[in-house]
Every structure is written in C-alpha cells, then in structure tokens.
Design a protein around this ligand. Structure first.
Ligand SMILES: Nc1ncnc2c1ncn2[C@@H]1O[C@H](COP(=O)(O)OP(=O)(O)OP(=O)(O)O)[C@@H](O)[C@H]1O
Length: 604
C-alpha cells in the first residue's frame, strides 16, 4: 500500500530542520549557543589540571595557583550553568516539536478515507509510522536531540584530533580504528532491529487491540457474560511472549555488541596508558602533560564514540523517519484538487445511478447496479432484513466509502466532485452505533468547541425528548458524559444516548437528514413521542429513514425494500401492502405482535 521511498539521512535531516525552524524560530539561537558551550567545556576540564600540576611541580607561585584555580572555577561554573540552562530550555522545545509531528500523523489518520480505517495494511503502516513519533529519545525527537548535541561534540572532537595528532599520528590512527570497529558492529545490530520492525508492529497492534478490549468497558458486558476474561488475558499474554521473544533476539544481538565493545575498550585503554607511561619514563613527558593526555585520550575515544553513536542512532532512526514520511505522503484521501461548488439552494435531490459496491478486501457485492432517486424534500424509508445493505447505503451516501462502480449524484452532480468537508456540512446523521465523547452534554450535541449555541442545544434536547432528564441534572447541559476524564461524568442509558444522538442531528440542522434506526433503543412511549413530532423534526428536509419498525415508515413518502443487493420493492406504504410481497409479509409478521396501531402523527 505505502510506497517505500529511500531518503538519505541529509534529506530527512533537512526535512526536520526546516519544519523545526518554521515552528520555533528561537531554536536556532539555542542550538548555536549550546554548540559553542559544549565544544569548550571538555577543554577547560583538560587544561586546568595540566596548568595546576605544572605550576605545583615548577615555580609553585601561590598567586598563579589562585588565578588558575579561580579562572577554572568561574569559567567552568559559567559554562556548566549555561549548559544546564540550555538543556533545560531545548528539551521541552523538542518535546513540543515531537508533539507537532505526532499531530500531523493523527490528523492524517483522522482525515484519510474511512475505508482505510479497516484496512490491515494501512493500520500496520500507521503503527510503523508511529514509531517515529512515539518516543522522546527515539524517532524524530531522538534525532533532533542528537542533532543538538552532535555539532558541539564535533567541534570538540576536531580539537582532540589536532592534539592527539601532535602527540603521535599512530596513536590517533589506532584510536580511530578501534572506535570505528565498535561503531560498525553497533550499526549492524540496529539494522537487525529494523529488519524485525514489521513483526514488532504487527504484534503490538494485535496486543494493543486485545488490551483495548480488556480495558474498554464498552466490551464489558460481553466479557462478563461470555466469560471472556481468561481467554483475553491468555491471548494478551501469548502475544506478549511472542513480543518478548522478538525483543530478546534483538537484545541478544545488542548484548554481543556490548561485550565486544568492552573488550575493545580495555585493549584501547591498556595500549594508550602503556604508551604514555613509556613517554614519561623514557621521553621526559611532564606529569602535567601525562595527566592532560590521559584525560584527553580517554575523552577522545569517548567523544568519538559519542559522535559515532549519535550518527548510528540518526542512521537507524532515519529508517523510521522514512516510514513516517512515506505514510504522510501516501495518498489516502480520494478527492480532486479542484472542487465543484456546492449547489446553493439548500434543497437537494439525490440519485444513485447504477451503483455497485463491495467492501475493500472483499469480493462480495453488497449492491449491484442499484439505481434510486430521492426528490427534493422527499422522505425515503429504507427497509430490509439484517445485512441487506441499509447502513452501507448510508455510508456510500455520506462518502465514508466510494462506490465500486456507478455514481451518486446530488442535484445532478457527482458527489465525488465536491469538497468532502463542504459535502459533510449537508448532513444531519444519526448513526446506528452511537458514539458519545467524554465531553459535556452541550459539547456532545454541538460538537463544536468554538461557539456553542446553548439555546439551540436546549431546543434540540427538547425535540429529542431528553428535556426531563437534562433538567434533572444539577449542571444541566454542562454535565460531563462518561467517567473517563471526569469523575463527575454520568453514564447514560442506551435510549438516552440515542436521544442525545438525535439532538446532535437536530442541532446540526443540515438540509439532508439521515436517521439510521433512530428509535431502536427507545421505549415505546419515547418512540411514540418522537414519531408524534416527526414532521417537526424532519421538516421539509430531504431525508432517509432506516427502520425495522415498519409501522414507522408511514411517515415517509416512499419506501424502498432492499434485498440481495437490489431494490426489491418500491412504493408508498399502502402500495407495498397492496402488492402483498416481502414488505407486506414483514409488516404483517410485525403487526401480528402488536395491535394494528397507526401512529397518528401530527399533520400526517
Ligand atoms: N466494513 C465492512 N467490511 C466488509 N463487509 C461489511 C462491512 N460492513 C458491513 N459489511 C457487510 O455488508 C453487508 C451489509 O451490511 P449493512 O450493515 O449495510 O446491513 P444492514 O442492512 O444495515 O443491516 P442491519 O439491519 O443488521 O443493520 C453485511 O453482509 C455485512 O457483513
């Protein structure tokens, strides 16, 4: 699915630097200052002891010793203070920048075509891309931190090279070979880790899913009633074991590298100290210089290692950044760059023209050549047995999915040609599965943080039959829902949630109304009350009404019965009853359970 692009490290660094500078201009000056400070600090620590020892072992002048000591303390304290200050400043900046990259990914996920939310390949790609923004020391934030450090270290390192070269070029060469070997091994271990990343992504996606099921109380009833807790825990643990095994392999490789690293380090120290001792004993090296060189050479290896480690880290993270950028650049949104203006008359007709549809990754057609027209202001009821495709019809109409073949027209224009956000504005939809957020009731209804029209919220609640319940709450429409974010949050019943969902649709007041079984969870009285005010609720909007309660379809102008991927019957309630086909059969079966009640809706 995702196109794999191989971008160079410099390309990715440029991408990061450009954005970082765009988002926070101050970062560059902190970087410059930090680079200077970190480049100087090691030399202060190296030269001060040399000067002190040489003065002590030579002229031994007290005032000189005091000057050296004071100079050392003042310079070192200032630089170390600056160092600590800058680290304290840039660290949260990088965390913030990491959040912005994280947001880019989340925005992409929230805006991609709905069909991809069920595509396992895309879900894996998201999981992989997320690795670039998940940690604070890995991925993008990790690379930014390393970039901050590496230049100061690089400059200090150049100074080290010059001094060691002057001491003995062979020692310099020896140190470089020693450290580069370790670097090479570290890179190989990181590559191995990367080669396992797909397995890691898949496992953690599965584990996260099971974890979510175990923690998410939405599954609470099924888990208890079907006694799933042990099975879920076993699954979670099984996946955990697989994950541990994978990580163990990776850690084992890293351990091997660490062992070799220690071995190389010991040899390095041994050789260098032997050389310096030899210089003191036989070549008149001063003790001051011995101390300086031993500090320098120990530091040299450590600094070179640090730089190489940083480069290795940046190299390894580069692969994750590539994945991240690949995902951001993958086109997961169907649409044109130029959109057709929405028809402005606020009155809409909709036509399905030879629409066929099968879900992604499925060969089964839910619809074949479906054609259906809903005129302006018309109310269409859609009925059919479970799985007949009623909700799928709504998903196509609301562009959550695109038809596999054929087209859907709004006032004669293919809906694919409209800007998706503009198109969504047309719809007030009450979905079958209701999702409430852990926000206040008002926010849940308005779903708009900018400006909530409280009067309109109350009016929608009233129309949806929720007034009494809301009036009974101390904080009214400001009461938070769910306990996820607020311990004062309330849990609503299924029917109450459904009424709120209806209020949400009413508040939006879009010119096209879609009600997917809006009363399925309501008690008969609440349902009756909704039907009584149905005309008031729908008004003259073009509307779609899905219901299994066939009596309720009488409020609609026309009824379409879906079966086997097509419209089997089409007409008014009375026409379909007279036809004596499937609709009449379904209606009669239902009616036999109830008295033959005809809702006398106001004005119908
Ligand atoms: N995301 C999906 N991926 C693959 N198939 C799906 C998906 N969603 C639904 N289906 C299939 O499409 C068919 C139609 O489902 P749909 O939800 O549209 O039926 P429905 O008429 O609304 O049913 P119900 O009355 O039970 O709500 C079903 O057979 C279902 O298995």
């Amino acid at each position: 699915m995702m196109k794999k692009n191989k971008r160079s490290v410099t390309n990715n660094i440029w991408f990061l630097v450009k954005n970082t500078y765009k988002w926070d201009k101050k970062v560059l000056s902190y970087f410059a200052l930090y680079t200077v400070v970190t480049a100087i600090i090691p030399f202060i620590n190296m030269f001060a002891p040399k000067f002190l020892i040489e003065e002590l072992m030579g002229a031994n002048r007290v005032e000189r010793l005091i000057i050296i000591l004071l100079g050392y303390v003042v310079i070192s304290a200032t630089l170390n203070f600056l160092n600590a200050y800058l680290e304290g400043v840039y660290s949260p900046i990088i965390t913030n920048i990491g959040d912005r990259y994280n947001n880019l990914l989340s925005e992409k996920c929230m805006n991609m075509d709905f069909k991809y939310t069920e595509d396992p390949e895309v879900l894996d790609d998201i999981e992989t891309a997320r690795r670039a923004v998940d940690g604070n020391t890995t991925g993008i934030p990790g690379v930014l931190r390393k970039l901050f450090e590496i230049f100061g270290a690089g400059i200090a390192f150049l100074g080290y090279i010059t001094i060691v070269f002057n001491l003995n070029p062979w020692i310099l060469l020896y140190l470089i070979v020693n450290v580069v070997t370790i670097y090479y091994l570290a890179i190989r271990a990181k590559k191995y880790e990367y080669s396992k990343k797909n397995d890691i992504s898949q496992l953690s996606r599965k584990r996260n899913y099971i974890y979510d099921v175990m923690q998410n109380f939405a599954y609470g009833k099924e888990i208890r009633i079907f006694n799933l807790s042990n099975r879920m825990a076993d699954k979670f643990q099984g996946l955990g074991k697989e994950q541990v095994k994978l990580h163990k392999d990776i850690k084992y490789k890293n351990l091997m590298v660490s062992i070799v690293e220690v071995f190389f380090l010991l040899i390095r120290e041994g050789v260098v100290y032997a050389y310096l001792i030899y210089q003191v004993l036989y070549n008149h090296m001063s003790i001051g210089n011995f101390v300086m060189y031993s500090t320098l050479i120990a530091g040299f290896a450590a600094w070179m290692q640090k730089i190489l480690d940083n480069i290795a880290h940046i190299n390894a993270q580069n692969l994750y950044i590539n994945d991240y950028r690949d995902f951001l650049e993958t086109d997961l949104k169907t649409g044109n760059s130029s959109y057709v203006d929405m028809p402005g008359d606020n009155n809409y007709e909709i036509e399905f023209k030879n629409v066929s549809y099968k879900y992604p990754n499925s060969e089964r057609y839910i619809f074949r050549n479906l054609s259906l027209k809903i005129n302006k202001g018309q109310r269409l009821a859609i009925v059919g047995v479970n799985g007949a495709g009623k909700t799928t019809f709504v998903k196509l109409l609301t562009r959550l999915y695109e038809p596999t073949e054929g087209k859907i027209l709004l006032n004669g224009v293919n809906i694919a040609k409209f800007d998706r956000n503009e198109y969504y504005k047309l719809f007030s939809v009450v979905f079958q599965e209701i999702k409430m957020f852990a926000f206040s009731i008002a926010e849940n209804i308005a779903l708009d943080n900018k400006k909530i029209d409280r009067e309109k919220v109350l009016e929608s609640i009233h129309k949806a039959g929720m007034k009494e319940k809301i009036d009974s709450l101390e904080n009214g429409i400001d009461t938070p829902l769910l306990k996820t974010l607020d311990s004062e949050g309330i849990e609503l019943s299924g029917g109450e949630n459904q009424k709120l969902a209806l209020a949400r649709g009413l508040y939006k007041d879009g010119p096209i109304m879609i009600l997917d079984e809006p009363t399925a969870a309501l008690d008969p009285i609440a349902e009756y009350n909704i039907y009584k005010t149905f005309n008031n609720i729908i008004g003259d909007k073009t509307s779609f009404f899905i219901s299994h309660r066939l009596g309720s379809t009488q409020f609609c102008d026309v009824i379409a019965l879906f079966e086997d991927g097509e419209i089997k019957e089409y007409g008014t309630h009375d026409e379909l009853l007279n036809k004596n086909g499937k609709y009449a059969e379904m209606f009669n079966v239902q009616a036999s359970y109830y008295k033959d009640v005809r809702f006398e809706a106001e004005g119908v």
